[in-house]
Design a protein around this ligand. Structure first.
Ligand code: ATP
Ligand code: MG
Ligand code: MG
Ligand code: MG
Length: 561
């Protein structure tokens, strides 16, 4: 394509609201434009990237035996009421009424729709297993849409749903998707890690998230270097099921834990299993030191805490008091699956005399703080000092934390939806059985944005070859006939050789073209000019390394391969 045929509105500066690199660069390189909060138009270059990511996804989904279909965006309330999610899903579900006053929502995910299809159309075990997927626009009325395509309200998702005769089949499908996701994200050129994950609003038994490792990630991943353990820090039940208590078993109260000198003593006193405690905050009220044991994804709301403790001010005790971070906790207990919790700064914390411990006391509701986001992500837990005698292979070294972007998520759903919606099939004996399901999502736009987070420099984007909007940016820098003829020739030859070529045919200064080319980020730039042609060469620049090579037009294609 020629630059003159495409709308590529590059910008020198990104609009102020763009907080992350990918958001800034995707705006500046003319890939996307905002229409409303969390709602974007994909401009021609942006759409080309999206389509390439989609194509990789399609290839791998088809290869894994999934079949493509397309479900509607508008989804009738009745189906959502059958599973209870009409009420449960909350405000992320955008609801509306049609002219007949019937309730609908814009689909944020499609378990209900696909399960309805299944129960109507599939009758026999002979038709199983099945795996359906679509690449479709989703709507979630996110509370905080931000970072461009990373957290939109309207966004493209690949979602897939598998149906099996039994658990074993479902596990097989799950594994196939898990493997397909590895191939997809590898082909997209992303550095990622699959981690154990919480099942969130989708529900189900087991799940993994695919995390692109990047500073700007909203998720915290904890892992061991040996690779035996990796999980989303949110995940609160990584331990084997027999060691997990139901939430209901946890007392909702504030208690004194007199004479406790360590978190271990506190948890022992409270009979709360240590793995329940994801965070431990230690505050000082001025008179006493207060440890607040926080579990799950909850954390302390300071105002409510002050009220509950009846003190005007609270501040952090221990070394993390330093600097302004009034909310930074001193210690971190958890995550889960790691017994032998240890307060990082324990040496400096005064003995926890007369400690008041409020887990989830009524009305001390803990909201909105996360390890990594609200305090340092580079804190590590030394698992070698963990409780002796635990044979868990997870305890094999230092647990590290890093930031991640969730680009994909696979779930084993079991019969959660098939039961609620009576999605059954007849087995070989003619007995009615519930289909065992799985579901599998990939954020298409988020994957593209995550790629930019990982692949850029101060001059712009550096696209991995497989998802680049163009492979080659062809840049004539002289106005002469000679340069023009060579550009026309190379444009044709390169395209015939299978490269996607963007020819900057604008009547602009070389500097302007170079800046735009670096910003847009095609992996190769081919520069044609009178000076080089006088020596019989054109110049190839590799965007990632900046290395320039002079090659003859005849050698060019060979050189690029
Ligand atoms: P998050 O934790 O970031 O809110 P999620 O866990 O709610 O995501 P899933 O329900 O697992 O998302 O959806 C599957 C995939 O869809 C996610 O892994 C992510 O890549 C993508 N996705 C989810 N929400 C958004 C969004 N608001 N904007 C862009 N992509 C999204
Ligand atoms: Mg979400
Ligand atoms: Mg999530
Ligand atoms: Mg998810």
């Amino acid at each position: 394509m020629k630059t003159s045929q495409l709308l590529i509105p590059t910008l020198r500066e990104a609009p102020g609201e763009a907080e992350t690199v990918s958001h800034r660069l995707m705006l500046r390189a003319g890939l996307i434009r905002k229409v409303a909060s969390g709602i974007y138009t994909y401009l021609p270059l942006g759409l080309r990237v999206i389509r390439k990511v989609e194509q990789i996804i399609r290839d791998e989904m088809n290869r894994a035996g999934a079949q493509e279909l397309l479900m509607p965006m508008a989804s009738p309330a009745e189906l959502w009421k059958e599973t209870g999610r009409w009420d449960f899903y909350g405000k992320e579900l955008l609801r509306f009424k049609d002219r007949h006053e019937r309730d609908f929502c814009l689909g944020p995910t499609h378990e209900e729709i696909i399960t309805d299809l299944f129960r109507r159309e599939v009758k026999s075990y002979r038709q199983l297993p099945l795996n359906f997927y679509q690449i479709q626009t989703k709507f979630r009325d996110e509370i905080r849409p931000r970072f461009g395509l990373m957290r939109g309200r309207e966004f493209l998702m690949k979602d897939a749903y598998s149906f099996d005769r039994d658990e074993a089949g479902a596990r097989e499908n799950y594994q196939k998707m898990y493997d397909a996701y590895h191939r997809i994200f590898t082909r997209c050129g992303l550095t990622f890690r699959a981690v154990e994950a919480d099942t969130g609003l989708i529900g189900g038994n087991s799940s993994h998230e695919f995390m692109v490792l990047a500073e700007t990630g909203e998720e915290t991943v904890v892992y061991t270097d040996s690779g035996t353990f990796a999980a989303n820090v949110e995940r609160a039940d990584v331990l084997p099921p027999e060691s997990i208590e139901s939430d209901a078993a946890l007392p909702l109260r504030t208690v004194s834990t007199p004479n406790c000198r360590s978190i271990e003593e506190v948890t022992a006193f409270l009979k709360i299993p240590a793995h329940r405690l994801v965070k431990t905050l230690v505050y000082s009220t001025g008179k006493e030191t207060v440890a607040v044991l926080v579990r799950g994804d909850h954390t302390v709301n300071e105002i409510k805490l002050k009220k509950a403790l009846g003190v005007p001010e609270i501040e952090l005790a221990g070394p993390a008091t330093v600097e302004k971070a009034t909310r930074a906790p001193v210690g971190f207990a958890g995550p889960v699956g790691l017994k032998g919790i240890r307060i990082l700064a324990d040496q400096a914390i005064p003995a926890l005399k007369n400690v008041v411990v409020g887990g989830n006391q009524l009305d001390i509701h803990f909201v909105d703080a996360n390890w990594g986001r609200d305090f340092s992500a580079d804190q590590t837990l030394d698992l070698r000092n963990a409780q002796a005698g635990d044979p868990s292979p997870k305890k094999d070294g230092i647990l590290k934390a890093t930031k991640g972007i969730e680009v994909g998520h696979v779930f084993m759903l079991g019969t959660k939806y098939s039961q609620a919606m009576n999605a059954t099939f007849l087995d070989a004996q003619g007995k009615e059985c519930l289909a065992v399901m799985g579901c599998y999502g990939i954020g298409v736009g988020r994957s593209a944005a995550a790629s930019v987070e990982q692949n850029h420099d101060e001059r712009g984007i550096i696209w991995p070859y497989p998802i680049a909007p163009f492979h080659i940016h062809l840049i004539p820098v002289s106005q002469s006939d000679k340069t023009n003829e060579m550009t026309v020739r190379l444009y044709a030859e390169l395209q015939a050789a299978g490269f996607d070529v963007l020819w900057d045919d604008r009547d602009d200064r070389a500097g302007v073209k170079f800046n735009d080319a670096d910003l847009i980020g095609a992996p190769f730039q081919v520069v044609v000019g009178d000076k080089g042609l006088a020596d019989g060469v054109v110049e190839v620049k590799v965007r990632r390394t900046g290395i320039k090579t002079r090659v003859t037009p005849a050698e060019l294609i060979q050189h690029l391969r």
